[in-house]
Ligand binder design. Structure first.
Ligand code: UN1
Length: 485
């Protein structure tokens, strides 16, 4: 590109109330069609990140002092603007990330709804009055904003995850420096435009697109960033935790999953197949809530495997925007290579691949692969222990519910877990004994509501819950005030 073209086309970062260009930019490619460029996006340097942090720090007083009516109106306005642009934003998201049009539309709707939910939460902030043990003394609790929040988001939900971090951060009076994943800057930029148009004061919200090792690193290490909320890989999450604690930052980490879906002998088989196909393969398996270990009891196992294979033969992999597509491409080449490597690992471990697992060559050049199903697997195999993050599921045959539960719990992760059963007894026992932050009975492990808490146990999550009114635990600090009058 010429300098002139760059100035016209490159989407800029938003720092301290201004759209700021940078010397470097990244090229955003459509994974469904590698010949299509979605756009060029500024890559922030170290100074841009520092400017954004400084602006956010200076704006904390302005935002905390903005009345709750105005704050609520701004968030509601953001929500309405997202909803009114659902089709356009959904198509943009599908083009840059590769999930289907329907999935992308759903995600945009979710993002709009989240802002509207938190517009309401602004008005519901309250403290407590508690009797003191000392006569004549009163005690009240109130919540204050934490300050500057660094928001680091993954590529698999390019608008919903930013929404569920930015909306509560702003609702509870914090200022924001937002670093989206390098692979999906277009949705982040569109969201930033909406936030700016809705009238958020300068410095309160800053968009800093760029590399993790530049922007993310500064956010995590800078003493003026008081909290980091992150969704992404386990390794990055662990590294963030170690650094952030040096400055006593608050951290909220949402990381991997190896979510089990149990199918018991008494399950409605059609429902079980649909539930497993949906949560293992839709969104190309690129959800931390995807079911990747399907644990099936012996009495239904053979029938279930056959039904899964039949159902999977009807899945169409293709261009994210094509109406006939059920599953879009993998997000990029690196992920595709990794997925295919896991298929080989599974075979080498002795698992039997009964369908899919191949790179597909379609009319348009993209990162396509067929959804894969392994049978005859054991829980100790790498394909059952490591998060793959692709359209690859395994079946583990067990003798009964007790063994299914033990296998399900034998994982370093504990995000979401499902069971398909018609037995109330097993469903209840499962809800109580599965080691997971979210449990699903006769429902996919992926696809959660936007107004209730989200998060896991064990290696999946660290820190307090995201979403719903529980989000306030992370985005506020409690102050306990004693008064003797
Ligand atoms: C969902 O399943 O609806 O990164 C949401 C992820 C999760 C979000 C899943 N944090 O996949």
């Amino acid at each position: 590109m010429t300098i002139q073209q760059e100035n016209n086309q490159v989407k800029k970062n938003y720092i301290n109330g201004k759209w700021v260009p940078s010397e470097r930019y990244s090229t955003n490619i459509n994974p469904s069609n590698l010949n299509e460029v979605i756009g060029y996006f500024s890559e922030a340097n170290k100074q841009d990140a520092l400017d954004a942090i400084m602006a956010a720090k200076d704006a904390t007083a302005i935002w905390a002092g903005t009345g709750i009516q105005q704050r609520s109106d701004i968030l509601d306005n953001i929500g309405n603007k997202i909803l009114s642009r659902q089709v356009e934003l959904g198509e943009l998201l599908a083009r840059e990330e590769g999930k289907t049009r329907a999935e992308a539309m759903g995600e945009v709707h979710r993002a709009g709804s989240i802002f509207k939910f938190f517009a309401g939460e602004v008005l519901r902030q309250s403290g407590e009055a508690i009797d003191s043990v000392r006569p004549g003394v009163s005690v009240t609790t109130t919540r204050s904003p934490v300050g500057v929040v660094g928001i680091i988001t993954p590529w698999n939900f390019p608008i919903a995850i930013p929404a569920w971090k930015i909306a509560p951060a702003l609702a509870y009076g914090n200022t924001v420096v937002f670093k989206p994943a390098e692979l999906v800057p277009a949705s982040a930029h569109a969201l930033a435009e909406i936030i700016v148009e809705a009238g958020v004061p300068a410095g309160v919200f800053n968009l800093v697109m760029g590399e993790g090792k530049v922007v993310g690193d500064i956010l995590v290490k800078h003493k003026d960033v008081k909290a980091i909320t992150f969704t992404g890989s386990v390794n990055t999450g662990r590294a963030i935790a170690v650094e952030a604690v040096k400055n006593m930052k608050k951290i909220q980490l949402e990381m991997g999953g190896k979510n089990p879906a149990i199918v018991l002998d008494d399950a409605d088989i059609d429902l079980a197949v649909e539930t497993c196909v949906q949560s293992a393969f839709y969104s190309t398996g690129q959800r931390c809530t995807a079911s990747s270990r399907i644990i099936v009891t012996a009495g239904i196992h053979d029938k279930f495997v056959k039904a899964m294979q039949e159902r999977m033969s009807k899945i169409t992999v293709g261009d994210a925007l094509s109406e006939s597509t059920d599953i879009g491409p993998v997000v990029d080449e690196k992920q595709l290579v990794q997925n295919l490597a896991y298929v080989e690992i599974g075979k080498a471990e002795g698992a039997e691949l009964v369908c899919g697992g191949e790179k597909l060559t379609l009319a348009k050049t993209g990162f396509y692969m067929s959804p894969a199903l392994f049978i005859n697997t054991t829980n100790d195999m790498r394909i059952n222990q490591e998060e793959i993050f692709g359209p690859i599921a395994t079946i583990i045959k067990v003798k009964d519910y007790q063994q299914a539960l033990a296998v399900a719990n034998d994982s370093e992760f504990g995000l979401s877990a499902g069971i398909c059963t018609t037995s109330l007894k097993y469903a209840k026992h499962f809800q109580e004994n599965i080691q997971a932050g979210m449990t699903m009975v006769n429902l996919p492990t992926a696809g959660v509501d936007y107004h209730v808490p989200f998060g896991g146990t064990k290696g999946s999550s660290y820190g307090s819950r995201e979403q719903g009114s529980y989000a306030k635990e992370f985005y506020t600090t409690v102050k306990t005030s004693y008064l003797s009058a």
